[in-house]
Design a protein around this ligand. Sequence first.
Ligand code: PMP
Length: 566
Amino acid sequence: MTFSSQEFKQQFPLFSQEENRGLVYLDNAATTQKPACVIDAIRDFYLHSNANTHRSSHRLARRATEMVEQVRAASARFLGAQSPREVVFTRGATEGLNLLANSLCRGLVAGDEIVLSTAEHHANLVPWQMLAVQYGLVLRFVPDANGVPQIERITEVLSPRTRVVSITGGSNALGFRTDLATLRATIAATSSAATSSQRDLRWIVDGSQLAAHDVVDVAAIGCDFFVCSAHKFYGPTGIGLVYGREELLRDLPPWQGGGEMITSVDLLASDYADLPHRFEAGTSSLAAIAGLGACLEFLGKQDRQGMAQYEHTLLAYLHDRLSQIPELELLSGPRNNLGIASFVHPRCAAIDIAQWLDGRDIAVRVGHHCAQPLLHAAGHTATVRASLVAYNSREDIDRLVAGVEELVLQLDDTTVPPVAADSGKDSAEAYSWQPDDLSKLDLDALRTQQNWQDRYRTLMRWAKVISRKDHIRTTEHLVQGCESSAWLVHRREAGVHRFAIDSDSRIVKGLGALMLSQIDGVSDDAVAPSQLHQIFDELGLSQQLSESRGNGFRALVERAFELMRA
Ligand code: PMP
């Protein structure tokens, strides 16, 4: 078999829709696009097989039940599990991790330890934090270098009290793979040298980012549990897989209770169903399971080795091209990487880069990628993440690089570098601020511009009238609800309201300037929030800015009016 990315891409109808012809989709680590067979399978399920499973005796119910169990068997083969009884369907990786955390912690006592890493997605961190509070457990973290876990040093945090090790198979923020072979060897050595209590150590791999790129083989990995979401490997949303070794699943208490997971129910107690159904309370995502079945068949037909090789070459090209952009700081490297390039620019906030690229129909992700501890340890609050899979091409990367280069050319020395919040100045100093001079901002000029690129440029220019004000960058003045940091201050002066704003994002500064051009210097009740939202809508900014950015503007407006009313 040989792998052709072009032919592969043709199987994804989203790309051939009129509005998506020019789309460069580099947000695959968040979710991949779906091949036609997956979309068809979901439709076919509703057309031909829709019925609830297991509970009923009619023809459609039998058909749906059969389909679910066939997909379970296919999932077991996909994961390298020994039996379909080892595969539990969940709504996604997040639910899978919550299931494991809740069920595994049920038997633990105060002082028992859970080992995680700094690179975990919040889905493999927050559930453990919640349970640590509930059961008095201790969370320990694999030693790291700038946030990157040093798996070879995990023995430093393993102890006789370690009960669970739950580690990502690879970082969704920076792309690096975890050295699972070393992890396996270390855990095996610890368990074999251990007393009987230590043999209770359970090992989970969060494989969410692995499955799109690697052939998964839980037996080869050697883990006790493995979790992933179908939507990350060309399948539908709403369906995830939990693999658990059968003898371990058998001993595990169920997490959620309800229909489907019981054999009999009394008023005070119930008997649970056999594996794996006791972990699947309620109606499963049946149509999504049908889609998953089609996805597994689709993947089974691909040259997975060829795909992996192709992605590897493409990722090297992506890193090579990005590394040639002056000043751009790459936080990822091409080796041992799950298709991700993560970067920042010292003179342009990550969100401004992503917003600019969106205007060029290039989809990347920006932010902390639900991995805040890792980004903080790496010294950042947000990065731009371009993540690729096998339908991406060199042309996609050329477009991305050209987009970034074009933006960088527009930057000048007045660009504000992203700065950590709260520079710690006292509030007396915070009152020494001066409002910026907004008199030259011309709203009509913005109104007459037809396309987003021009409006973006104008807003970036407007951002320049907002001076940098380190002394207002304190927690007290931080506006909650903005994706990037924004600080807003207010005072009354000669009967009118005066404001000043600062942000680490130029586009937020531009939006802030737009807002202040309407409310700075006005008297009580001269403007209403609805007028500002109307301007925002009129300018088409609501459609163009991401939802969170739109919400950020809303948060700024709300805060401004709150300050005026205070
Ligand atoms: N873990 C990792 C490493 C992930 O990348 C993600 C999704 N970004 C999750 C867990 C959670 O997956 P889901 O949102 O599908 O539940």
